[in-house]
Design a protein around this ligand. Structure first.
Ligand SMILES: CC(C)(COP(=O)(O)OP(=O)(O)OC[C@H]1O[C@@H](n2cnc3c(N)ncnc32)[C@H](O)[C@@H]1OP(=O)(O)O)[C@@H](O)C(=O)NCCC(=O)NCCS
Length: 169
C-alpha cells in the first residue's frame, strides 16, 4: 500500500553519496549491481556518454533514499538504473526522482527516453506506466541469472506530458 508521499530533496549524485547508493543497490535483487567504478563513471562530467545521476535524500534523516542514472545521446536517453531503499518504497519517491530526471533530460535536449526492464518486475513496470512509458518491444532471453525477457519501453519527452516539474535542490 502507498503509505503517503515522502518529502525528499533531489540532487545530483556526488562521491559522498556513493556508499549509500551502493548499499541501496545491494539490498535489492531487482536493481542492477554495479561495481564502484561504474558509479564513479556515472558522476564523472567528462565521461562519455554523458550521464545524469540523481539521488533523493530524506528531508529529516538526510540519508539517501533513492537514486537514478540515465545515459544521454541526445535526442535519446536511456534509464540505466533506478532504485528506492526497501523501507522507503511506495512513498512516491520513485515517481519524484524519475520525474526530476525527465525534467533534466528534456532540458538537455532529449526527446525520447528509453528503458529495459525484466518482464517479471511488475512494480517497476507499474511505475514506468504511471509516468507515461509504453512498451515498444521485447528482447527474448536478454537478462541472465535468471534468464528472462527484457521489455523495452519508451516515453516521448516532446509531447505535452503528465508529469509536473521538480526543481533540483
Ligand atoms: C520500482 C521502484 C523504483 C518503484 O519505486 P517506488 O518509490 O516504490 O514507487 P512510487 O511509490 O513512486 O510509485 C509510483 C507508482 O508506481 C506504481 N508502483 C510502484 N511500486 C509498485 C508496486 N510494488 N506494485 C504496484 N504498483 C507499483 C504505482 O502506480 C505507484 O503509484 P501509487 O503508489 O499512487 O499507486 C522500486 O520498487 C524499486 O526500487 N524496486 C527495486 C529496483 C528496481 O526494480 N529497479 C528497476 C529496474 S533497474
Amino acid at each position: 500500500m502507498n503509505s503517503g508521499a515522502e518529502a525528499v530533496a533531489i540532487q545530483r549524485m556526488t562521491a559522498a553519496a556513493l556508499a549509500q547508493v551502493q548499499a541501496i543497490a545491494e539490498s535489492l535483487s531487482e536493481a542492477p549491481h554495479w561495481p564502484p567504478m561504474a558509479y564513479l563513471t556515472a558522476i564523472d562530467p567528462d565521461a562519455a556518454p554523458r550521464r545524469i545521476a540523481l539521488v533523493a535524500t530524506g528531508l529529516q534523516s538526510g540519508s539517501v533514499l533513492a537514486f537514478a542514472v540515465a545515459s544521454l545521446l541526445p535526442p535519446q536517453a536511456e534509464l540505466e538504473t533506478i532504485a528506492v531503499a526497501p523501507e522507503s518504497q511506495r512513498r512516491s519517491i520513485g515517481r519524484q526522482i524519475l520525474t526530476a530526471l525527465m525534467d533534466e533530460l528534456k532540458a538537455a535536449g532529449v526527446h525520447e527516453f528509453l528503458l529495459e526492464v525484466r518482464s517479471s518486475n511488475l512494480p517497476a513496470i507499474a511505475l514506468y506506466r504511471a509516468l507515461g512509458f509504453v512498451p515498444c518491444g521485447l528482447r527474448p532471453g536478454y537478462y541472465l541469472d535468471p534468464v528472462e525477457d527484457a521489455v523495452l519501453m519508451r516515453l516521448p519527452l516532446t509531447e505535452k506530458s503528465a508529469w509536473t516539474r521538480v526543481d533540483l535542490a
